[in-house]
Design a protein around this ligand. Structure first.
Ligand SMILES: Nc1ncnc2c1ncn2[C@@H]1O[C@H](COP(=O)(O)OP(=O)(O)OP(=O)(O)O)[C@@H](O)[C@H]1O
Ligand SMILES: [Mg+2]
Length: 321
């Protein structure tokens, strides 16, 4: 059997219309395409939300058949030094664009990994070749890009994908792959992905190996994520003082391979939306923060989780008194 292609590549948007969400950004990019001109751009934002996808789709729409000659992609974190800017970027930038295009595009992925010296060199290159070249810089944190570069670019901040945007793309892929999935499964994908489309698509592909009918449980299991209901039940047991019941639930989750820091992170996500008093939320947040800090400092995960549950049980005793 031939090795199956990775779906995040198979379903990488080829047109701007295929990029889900980010509608304000996409509509601006479309107007650059219509005018066949664009400023230097910075795409910043979390992982897997369409920064590279938007840049690639834009390039396809701008250049058509000659896109490959007019586009180059460099990963700044592989090649982060000043030499890259001196050699690779300059060599590409100084040759003329082909076809009827007025400029070429250099896509610099993970630009926030470039050293300050390389960024300084880049700013002169951007200026010198701006008649034939446009730079698109992609990064997770625009604050790591030096000010002189930021001021030469239009900065677009991509956001984590909304439920609706994620759902639309997931259902499109599911349809193409002949999968069936219910709304609950889309909820599960939304929960585990936290708005990262790449993560959602990868989970869907892993689940599809098991069955054409994708159930929420498969998604949680594959990604070693606890169900939000389980996390909520665990917190509630602890808050009502049922120490041993809460510990048993914790054991069960850890036996499924869910790590301690993952459980803690999920508790943190869940607390705000739980149906408990504001006072309880404050207590919980305070204690989750404490446990998280201790684990980061090297404390034993399991002991910290048990202690967290114990402290919630104690707090419940105090409330009863
Ligand atoms: N908004 C989106 N619409 C449609 N598909 C998307 C979107 N965002 C991500 N994807 C899918 O996820 C894959 C990864 O997205 P992309 O490469 O654009 O992420 P990114 O924002 O550049 O992340 P990183 O910061 O990790 O580079 C794409 O190939 C595509 O399949
Ligand atoms: Mg990217």
């Amino acid at each position: 059997m031939p090795r199956e292609e990775i779906w995040t590549e198979k379903y990488r948007p080829k047109k701007l219309d295929e990029v889900a969400g980010q509608s304000h950004i996409i509509s601006n990019i479309k107007s650059y395409v219509r005018k066949k001109n664009l400023p230097h751009l910075i795409f910043s934002g979390p992982a897997g939300v369409g920064k590279t996808a938007a840049a690639v789709a834009m390039t396809h729409e701008l250049f058509g058949d000659t896109w490959a000659e007019n586009f180059t992609e460099l990963n700044a974190s592989d090649e982060r030094g000043i030499e890259v800017v001196r050699n690779k970027i300059k060599n590409f930038a100084r040759t003329m664009p082909t076809g009827d295009s007025a400029f070429k595009i250099i896509f610099l992925d993970e630009a926030d990994a470039l050293t300050d010296a390389a960024q300084s060199a880049l700013r002169r290159t951007m200026e010198r070749y701006s008649s034939t070249c446009r730079f698109v810089l992609s990064c997770n944190f625009s604050s790591k890009i030096i000010d002189p570069i930021q001021s030469r670019c239009s900065v677009y901040r991509f956001k984590s994908l909304s439920y609706d945007a994620l759902k639309a793309r997931i259902l499109y892929i599911a349809d193409k792959e002949g999968l069936t999935l219910s709304e609950d499964t889309v909820h599960a994908l939304n929960y585990i992905s936290m708005g990262d489309m790449r993560r959602a698509i990868n989970a869907l592909q892993s689940a599809a190996v098991l069955s054409k009918e994708i159930k929420p449980g498969m998604i949680y299991e594959i990604t070693a994520t606890a169900r939000p209901e389980e996390i909520e039940a665990l917190i509630k047991e602890a808050l009502t003082g049922n120490f041993f019941a809460a510990l048993a639930m914790l054991d069960e989750m850890m036996e499924k391979g869910i790590s301690g820091d993952e459980i803690l992170a999920q508790m943190h996500r869940r607390v705000i939306n739980m149906d408990i008093s504001a006072r309880q939320k404050v207590e919980l947040m305070d204690r989750i923060g404490e446990a998280d800090y201790r684990i980061t400092e090297g404390a034993n995960e399991r002991i910290q989780l048990d202690a967290l549950i114990a402290s919630l049980c104690l707090a419940s005793d105090e409330r009863v008194k």
